[in-house]
Design a protein around this ligand. Structure first.
Ligand code: SAH
Length: 350
């Protein structure tokens, strides 16, 4: 039986491993930390048996394992990761000219209930630990032929399943671990954290000194429309979310990204674009438009090219910087929790 409570070596910083191994010579902690960053199992670690036994009784050597990989034509790879307790999460590897981005999950499921998002359909199962987030990065890095120094992952987006700021303690711990010198050392500048807009947590993150790129899932230009697709909008009004975003920019100097998924019949008229532009006027942000990936369960659809082009042109005319997100990996079960859901469904049908 998998042990639900066991943490993995990836849950610990180098200093914490040194603390765990304080009765051994200090170079042993260095070796264990390196082996953890190389994502080695205990039987592949060149260390004395007593240390391996000591660690093995307490901690997993690796937090997640790659269960399946689906390779798309455009080089995108979708990963299904298996956790020690048998739960499944997903990630997406996207190669670019400037480097490679990995999209990771922060929770098993999600409790935010956004109408268009497949990750939330069965609610929240549990939070991931920081080590389970780092394990996604390290396992894909190794599979791509990377090492902690010669990384094959240069950018990370926290846009898989889960609401990162609903798992604040572990997510911020992960940000410290993944950006630590001597580890895989991915710069905070190259990490994007996407949130549905938990205002208090946005402010806390701004004060934390962890200056990642903040991405706000806005998806509407009025509170009334937003409430019909995002339950969180009942708690936090758009004005509050944007105030917190301005605070984030003031504290970190990082330009905020506004995510806006175009949903047929909901939020994509010219009037919506004009209202959105008015809301964002004078704020140093960038709008990232996404054409909604169809979610069958909710019967919400994206828009055709003409509608998307008109929306973009209207924003541009109003002086709002915007781009349409390139859709990657469509042939391998696309967006946001769809792969895990499909896979779990298939397993259940067998
Ligand atoms: N909980 C975080 C991360 C969610 S996933 C958040 O709310 O930001 C990253 C982005 O994909 C979010 O902007 C989310 O709203 C969006 N998204 C979810 N399902 C989608 C779908 N079916 N089509 C397009 N975008 C979707």
């Amino acid at each position: 039986m998998p042990d639900e409570k066991k943490l993995s070596l990836q849950d610990f910083s180098k200093e914490e491993i040194a603390e765990v191994l304080k009765d051994y010579p200090s170079f042993r902690a260095e070796q264990v930390y390196l082996a953890s960053m190389q994502y080695k199992e205990y039987d592949k670690m060149n260390l004395p048996k007593d240390i391996l036994a000591y660690l093995g009784e307490r901690y997993l050597a690796t937090s997640v394992s790659v269960h399946k990989v689906f390779e798309g034509k455009d080089g995108t790879e979708k990963y299904l990761f298996l956790l020690a307790d048998g739960n499944m999460i997903e990630g997406v590897f996207m190669p670019h000219d400037y480097g490679n981005t990995l999209c990771i999950s922060t929770q098993v499921g999600c409790r935010m209930g956004c109408a268009f998002c497949a990750s939330t359909l069965n609610g929240l199962t549990r939070n991931l630990t920081a080590g389970e987030m780092l394990g996604q990065v390290l396992s894909v890095n190794v599979r791509q032929g990377g090492t902690p120094k010669d990384r094959k992952i240069t950018n990370i987006v926290l846009m898989g399943s889960g609401e990162p700021l609903d798992n604040y303690a572990e997510v911020t711990k992960f940000l410290r671990l993944v950006s630590a010198e001597g580890g895989i050392h991915i710069s905070l500048r190259n990490i994007s954290l996407s949130t549905c807009g938990l205002v208090d947590r946005i402010r806390e993150l701004a004060d934390s000194g962890l200056a990642v790129t903040l991405t706000i899932s806005l998806h509407a230009s009025t509170d009334e429309i937003r409430e019909t697709i995002m339950p969180v909008a009942k708690k936090y009004k758009i004005a509050e979310v944007l105030d917190a975003s301005r605070y984030y920019f003031a504290k970190t100097g990082r330009r905020v990204v506004i995510e806006y998924s175009l949903i047929d019949g909901v939020n994509c008229k010219i009037g919506d674009a004009k209202r959105l532009a008015r809301l964002l006027k004078g704020f140093s942000c960038h709008v990232n438009l996404i054409n909604l990936n169809y979610v069958k369960e909710r019967n919400l659809k994206g828009v055709d090219k003409k509608v998307a082009d008109t929306f973009m042109a209207t924003l541009t005319e109003c002086g709002i910087s915007n781009t349409m997100r390139r859709s990657m990996g469509n042939d391998i079960g696309g967006a946001c929790g769809q792969l895990r859901k499909k896979f779990i469904g298939e397993e259940e049908n067998h």
